[in-house]
Design a protein around this ligand. Structure first.
Ligand code: SF4
Length: 373
């Protein structure tokens, strides 16, 4: 049986970053306790329904998992280990923010065999961190990275944001140079987007010019490839052997189960998400397991769209042969005009049976995907 990936969503943060439109709530100890009890119910329900499932990766994300009380985080991890089976060499990632990294937190991660840490650094400039409304400063980043290294964690991802108002190619490359000086195995770069629900949206913060943003993206691609990182997904760069196995499951259309509010799943050929509301989730944590998995409301058309969205994110692109094998359809006939248009616009290129995005296509992914929807 093919191993499945497991995502657990911890929807709490100490405060709200100004650019953030993700689903999360401000940390509240009583609510956290009720939340952990609900998550345990959902885990139990999956374990009873699918006792044969073996997990190849675990990703604890958020929100900010590292801001949970340690005894609650331990209760959750202990229960997960008890109820689910993992491969011996499973990749286990957890997200953290620099100001929350302590020795006790890292000891807990070692106890539960986490082997990949994803740090929400975003920038090495105090001015940019202030602008973004982050809770940490450069000194917190340095202290946390030293502590992480001292504890012999080597598979580290750093999240960084580019395209901030007033930024330039030079300022972003300076951020990347500082990142590289800590020798991370993985760097993820995201452009600042102002989305509905974020404070920046209400404040009508203006995004920078798209060509300037593209020039920062290109410069980052160039700098990182010169410094030993493979660009393997729109936002993801890694040293050899350190591609994120969990995220590659999403980007390769393989099965995953998401636990917790707002978490999405692709399991048993069904695509579904839990309710994006902590209180509603706590009231009915088994909604997905009890309802969605019993009926199949996922159509072939939905699966095809999901396949396209996932596969174009990877630099190697979408395999026409694999598409044929999965859906018994010829991609080039189905999307003949769309492919021809995108190739002509310089956003897509075809090499034998692989269709992949050009550099500009990568940057304009959403526009490309819209053409297939
Ligand atoms: S960006 Fe991350 S840390 Fe900041 S509010 Fe959003 S989820 Fe929380």
């Amino acid at each position: 049986m093919e191993p499945v990936s497991l995502y657990i969503h911890i929807p709490f943060c100490r405060s709200k970053c100004f650019y953030c439109a993700f689903y999360k709530d401000i940390l509240d100890k009583d609510l956290c306790q009720e939340f952990i009890a609900a998550v345990k119910q959902e885990i139990m329900a999956y374990a009873l329904r699918y006792p044969e499932t073996v997990f190849g990766t675990l990703y604890v994300g958020g929100g900010t998992p590292s801001c949970l009380q340690l005894d609650l985080l331990e209760e959750l991890l202990e229960f997960t280990e008890l109820k689910f089976r993992f491969l011996e060499n499973a990749e286990k990632t957890i997200e953290m923010n620099p100001e929350t990294v302590t020795q006790s937190f890292l000891d807990l991660l070692k106890k539960y065999s986490f082997n990949r840490l994803s740090t929400g650094i975003q920038s090495f400039s105090d001015n940019e961190l202030n602008f973004l409304g982050r809770n940490h400063m450069l000194c917190d980043i340095e202290a946390s990275l030293h502590l992480i290294k001292k504890n012999n964690f080597h598979n580290i991802n750093m999240d960084l944001i580019f395209g901030l108002p007033g930024s330039s190619k030079e300022t972003f490359i300076n951020n990347l140079k500082t990142a590289a000086s800590f020798n991370p195995a993985h760097i993820s770069t995201y452009s600042l987007s102002i989305e509905h629900g974020a404070d920046f949206y209400k404040q009508k913060i203006e995004v920078i010019d798209q060509e300037e943003e593209l020039s920062q993206y290109k410069a980052a691609r160039h700098y990182l490839s010169e410094n030993g990182f493979d660009h393997y997904e729109i936002s993801a760069f890694a040293k050899k052997g350190f591609y994120c196995k969990h995220n590659l499951v999403y980007w390769s259309y393989k099965p995953y189960i998401g636990i917790g509010p707002a978490a999405s799943s692709f399991y048993q050929n069904r695509i579904y998400s839990n309710v994006p509301d902590i209180r509603a989730y706590i009231k009915e944590p088994l909604f997905s397991v009890n309802n969605i998995l019993k009926t199949n409301q996922t159509t072939k058309d939905m699966l095809i769209k999901e396949y396209i969205i996932a596969n174009f994110r990877r630099l190697d692109g979408l395999s026409i042969n694999d598409f044929k094998h999965r859906f018994d359809l010829d991609f080039n006939s189905l999307y003949k005009d769309t492919v021809a248009k995108l190739v002509q616009e310089g956003l897509l290129c075809q090499k034998e049976s692989m269709l992949s995005l050009t550099e500009r296509g990568l940057f304009l992914l959403n526009n490309v995907l819209l053409e297939f929807m």
